[in-house]
Design a protein around this ligand. Sequence first.
Ligand code: URA
Length: 202
Amino acid sequence: MDADDRERMDGLTVPACERCPELVESRSRIVDGTGPDDADLLFVGEGPGQREDERGEPFVGRSGSVLDDELRSVGLERESVRITNCVRCRPPENRDPTAEELEHCRGYLEVEIERVDPEVIVTLGKVPGEHLLGRSVSVTNESGSVEEVRIGDRPRRVLICLHPAATLYDRSQEETFAEAIETAADLVGGGSSGGQSRLGEY
Ligand code: URA
């Protein structure tokens, strides 16, 4: 993160950016993170897909429905968590963002992490897991594990999680995904084991 990234951001949004020529070409808009600016949980996906690009909000397509359902089932509302992506512009054909694109957007993500200051960062899928942990990650095997890693200027707690879309491709992953989300809720005291957020169920 450098001073330029901070200056370009208006609070938690990036009003304009043309660092990645292919993404500028493929996007309709920049998709910033949503949710409270002081959320305890920050979910980080890979990058916007078609629906997200259309609506200007992360995880509003099928993956978003899977995430919303799982959050609800552990007693968390989508509105109580923050959701963002490694890159803020839709890659063409929904390809993975390149290393260069990830690097171009890294400062914005670091500023967001610094300003939200979440208790736990949940990486959704391989790309954000590897991007934030700085190593190769086998999400299927490591989903649900927590690691401390320096991001920006301080150590952060990162929970590795499958991408919600993995459960759509392979139903046997549902339990693994559900367990990681339950762990996320437990780590911030909002899981199904108790807490105020559960009262709405009754
Ligand atoms: N997949 C992601 O990684 N991010 C989104 O915002 C939507 C789908």
